[in-house]
Design a protein around this ligand. Structure first.
Ligand code: ZN
Length: 149
């Protein structure tokens, strides 16, 4: 569990991403390989993820959404994490993120894998908010499955 100083830093990172929204704004459908939209009815969050691919590489990630700062910050962090990775690498990051969020606080997350998304580690202690944090990543998961199909 992060100490108070780390907790405050993480809180600031979440607010910064929710405001700055890295990669937000949808691309023309013709430019993307796959689009997926997910909703979290318990909180009213919505996130759409688009992947541009070049061979097996995720060349770019576009997203848009509405909802709470956790859901929107998480999508912004996702953009930074998976852009430029192979689909297999992105899948591994997604698995690491989900493991952290399901750990109820036991897994602080690996910053080498999850970059700024480790700031969401504390959300694992609030089961009602885990769906907010997972929303964009579930959209990524479905998008990756569609790409593989
Ligand atoms: Zn939410």
């Amino acid at each position: 569990m992060p100490d108070d100083e780390t907790g405050a830093l993480y809180q600031q990172m979440i607010l910064d991403h929710a405001r700055e929204r890295h990669g937000a704004g949808l691309a023309d459908e013709a430019a993307v390989a796959v689009t997926n939209h997910q909703i979290n009815p318990t909180c009213g969050d919505e996130v759409t993820i688009q992947l541009e691919v070049d061979g097996d590489l995720i060349a770019d990630v576009h997203w848009d959404g509405v909802g709470c700062s956790i859901s929107q910050a998480s999508a912004s962090m996702l953009h930074d994490v998976v852009r430029g990775l192979t689909t297999a690498q992105a899948r591994a990051r997604l698995d690491a993120f989900r493991t952290m969020l399901r750990s109820r606080g036991a897994d602080e997350g690996d910053a080498d894998l999850l970059d700024d998304a480790v700031a969401l580690a504390g959300v694992a202690r609030y089961p009602a908010r885990v769906k907010c944090a997972m929303l964009g990543w579930v959209a990524l998961e479905v998008a990756l499955e569609e790409l593989a199909a």
